[in-house]
Design a protein around this ligand. Sequence first.
Ligand SMILES: [Zn+2]
Length: 330
Amino acid sequence: MAGYEKMAPGVFRIRQEVRKGWVPFAMNLYALPGTDGLLFDAGSGTKGAVAHVARCLKDLERETGSRVRQILPSHAHWDHFSGASALADKRPMRVLLTEAMVPLVRTRACYRAAYREGTSALRPRAGALNEACRALGGRLIDEAFSLSMGIRAVTGPFSPLAVGDHLATDAGTWEVLAGPGHCDAHIMLWNAETGILLGGDNVLSHITTWLGPPRSDLIAYQKTLETIRELPGLRLILPAHGRPVTDPVKRTTQLIAHRKKRLTEIREKVEAAGPRGLTGRSLVRHYYPRMAPLKRSIAQGWIEATLLYLLQEGDVARTAEKGLWRYHPL
Ligand SMILES: [Zn+2]
């Protein structure tokens, strides 16, 4: 059985699953064969995951008589770039990166630093000893998570790519569009002839996109959703996770409304708390009362991003109390 499926003429989806990892994980990579052809997103870097993709590409090249020779991550999150260098080692492929991605993905240390540095909206920095213990704990969790999920930096050579570039494939020409918000270094591929968008993580059919500090931006995300909704002739979004979005304008409109609603909710909750204010942690408990801690630490990202946004906008103030931030209306 082929490990890939045809989503549209010249557009193939390779599904990748990491079954033994910490969290169940499934990813869609899109192969666009052509004279030079490309793979949009590289997925996990575990041995099994990379071998599966390499096998699919070989079969696909045989079936189509075309080639897939470039690898382009949609953004600088581990599940999108980790397989890139390993694939380029295994097959005649080269990695493409935008300027914004480069400083985030070249080493594991810079990736970790780019997402971890002192950005909690729930608690202020503690004393040096406490911070050092936390950092060590975080590092150990991070190492174990990385090993089981196959997080790997893009260490090999790469070619630069920029927003506005065009990539030729058997399915026509794809334009590189900027799509910041979920991650600042996020791009999408748009095919104006067929109305198909390879949207990365920006519009998913089954869940709302993760947002959280330090690299998500609520306003940039809203703008990206509006840009997507206005693409002339948009007919299908192929996302990096989950099912295709077959009603893209409707789904994008839903997501825009959802984010606006959440922003209003948080603003009103802080308002209603009065001068005493409330902690970010109480908001997390309100939205996710029964969720397991690890899952909750991921789910709460949008609450943190929203509080930081309101703070930056001058809508709320905050004070430190008993090792937590309290947010107050102004
Ligand atoms: Zn992502």
